[in-house]
Structures are given as C-alpha cells and as structure tokens.
Write a protein that binds this ligand. Structure first.
Ligand code: ASP
Length: 327
C-alpha cells in the first residue's frame, strides 16, 4: 500500500451538491443544508486534525471560471499555511471537471481528494458519509505525487480520467479504460499504480475565459452554429473543442466550417466523444487529421471533451498554446 503515513492537519472544503442536500419534511424540497462541519459531525472520524471551510457556489452549481480559481486559491492558501491534505465535497455533475481543473493547477502540493454523493442526506441509502470517510482516509495516507484523486463508492480514480458514467447508480463513476483505479477497503487503501508525471500546467491563471463551446458531432452534421460564429465580424468565442465521432470521424461539411474558424486563428482542440480511447490521428481516413493539424488544430488523445475544454480555458488564461495532456 503506497502511503505517506497518517497526517495530522487536513482541510475539508464543502462546496455543496447532493452530499449536502437536506429537506425539512418528507416529500419536501431538497436544498443544500449541510456545512463542512455538519458533514464531519456525521462521520466516525476523529476530527481534531480536520479544519472546515465552506465555499458554496452562489448559484448552487459552479458557473464560472472565477469560481474554479477561487477554489484553487483556497486550496493553495491552505497548503501554504501548512495543511497536509485537502478534501473537497462537490456536486457530482461537475465533479470530474473541477477535480481535473484543480489537478492541472495544483497537483503535487498536498494530497487533494474530491468526493460527493449520489443520494441526498435524507435518503435511506445516503452515500455521502461513507464517501467522505474514504476521502479523508485517502487524503491522510497518500503522497501528493498521486495528483488530485476522486473517491466515490469505494473506488479511487485519477482526476484526469474519471467521469460520471451513470446519472443515478451509486457506483456512477468510472475511469477511462486503461487508466488506473484503486479501492478503499476498510482501513486499507489499495492503489495498483505509481504516480504518473502528467504534463500538468502546474499554475493558475489570473482569470479564465469561459467562452469555449464544445461541438459534439453527429452523422451529417453541418456545424451550422460554427457557420454563424464564423460569419460574425467580431469573434464571439475564445476557443472551440470539437468532439468527433468515435476515433475521429468528422462530417465533411463540419470539417470545412471547423477549418474556416481555425484559419482565423481561433484555438481549436479536437478529441473523441467516445468515453475512452485515443483518436486515430496519423492513421485515419485521408484528409481528416492531416487537414486538421495543417490548420493548427490540436489533437487531444487523453482527455474527454469537457476536460479538454478546461485545459484549453486554462491555457488561454495562461496565454500559452494548447499542448495535449500526456504522461
Ligand atoms: N446531482 C448533483 C450532485 O450530485 C447535482 C450537482 O452536481 O450539484 O450533487
């Protein structure tokens, strides 16, 4: 079991989400109600070494790059002040993106572990407390070199690879195929991999541009929205992520529109809309990738479209060209 030994000082940051949902009466409205301290009080964890911080999103869900940067700064500040690890509770819909964004900016500083819940606190099968206990265990023992991790339902994932693969199941989270995953087994943490030196960005931008749409392509798509964007004299978006079909198929009409936009200097990243596996850049059908790459379009083979979008937004904020995520 790779471990760094039990740490004394951990910070628990609660941002909201289902893990914090309460309701006042049966059948009544569910709303965020549990603070970090409330969550902790429900666990069996000896809490003397745990500090609490509530950082709820004003709209209930994360809605801007500024909110991601606010969370990053809070974690960075805590690490500078000497905490030995950070646990973040988060809504599960955006968890994979926020954990990955934090991984890009802060991994290696202290262990950072995200968790959430698939059931609210009043449900008989509320999973929040078990998930939180596991997250505290993982943050207490693992080395920061493992990067930002996510634990739900007893599984442990790397932030870059994890995704919500089911909207209701308790074991809703999955690693991309080929990416490692571990387990929390009672008091034991089972990780079958060594830390990977991904080319993370490793710093935070002052600000993040958020106008980076994802265009998920389907059969015969004419990318009409891109045409509209291209026709506007003033550029209304800051970048574009193209999620191609399977290993990289892009309908011919869409390809023309994408190329046109890329030719105007718009940063464009192309990845697959399939949940796992690289694109087939270099060996695909004539024209596809050659044309894209010749137009300056970057091919991303590791990240999902949502994560490629975040990496592009962070890169734009740092004023650097998009480099594909690689180990
Ligand atoms: N159902 C989501 C959750 O797990 C809602 C959200 O992501 O805020 O918290």
């Amino acid at each position: 079991m790779p471990q760094a030994g039990s740490r004394r000082e951990l910070l628990l940051i609660a941002t909201g989400g289902t893990i914090s949902q309460v309701r006042t009466e049966p059948g009544g409205e569910s709303r965020p109600g549990l603070s970090a301290a409330d969550l902790l009080a429900r666990t069996t964890i000896e809490t003397g070494h745990l500090h609490c911080l509530d950082l709820p999103y004003p709209d209930g869900v994360i809605s801007s790059g500024a909110e991601l940067l606010r969370l990053a700064r809070a974690i960075e500040r805590a690490a500078k002040e000497g905490v030995d690890g950070v646990v973040v509770t988060h809504g599960t819909d955006a968890l994979e993106e926020v954990a990955y964004g934090i991984d890009e900016m802060l991994s290696g500083t202290v262990p950072i572990v995200f968790t959430g819940a698939m059931r609210p606190s009043w449900a008989a099968d509320y999973d929040g407390i078990q998930n939180l206990e596991n997250a505290v265990r993982v943050a207490s023992y693992l080395l920061p070199e493992y990067g930002t991790l996510v634990t739900l339902h007893g599984h442990i994932f790397e932030a870059w690879s994890v995704y919500k693969s089911d909207t209701v199941a308790l074991d809703a989270f999955t690693a991309r195929r080929g990416a490692p995953s571990g387990r929390v087994n009672g008091q034991r943490i089972e990780l079958g991999w060594q830390p990977t030196r991904w080319n993370r960005l490793g710093r935070q931008p002052q600000a993040m541009s958020y106008s980076v749409p994802i265009l998920t392509l389907g059969v015969g798509d004419d990318a009409a929205l891109l045409k509209l964007v291209g026709e506007r004299a003033e550029r209304s978006i800051d970048g574009l992520v193209v999620a191609s079909m399977g290993a990289g198929s892009i309908p011919p009409t869409a390809l023309v529109q994408i190329r046109r936009l890329a030719d105007t200097g718009l940063p464009v990243v192309c990845c697959s809309s399939a949940p796992s596996g690289p694109t087939a850049a270099g060996q695909y059908y004539p024209g596809a990738y050659d044309e894209l790459m010749a137009a300056g379009i970057r091919i991303e083979n590791h990240l999902s479209p949502r994560k490629a979008r975040l990496r592009l937004m962070l890169s734009l904020g740092l004023d650097i060209p998009y480099q594909p995520f690689a180990g």
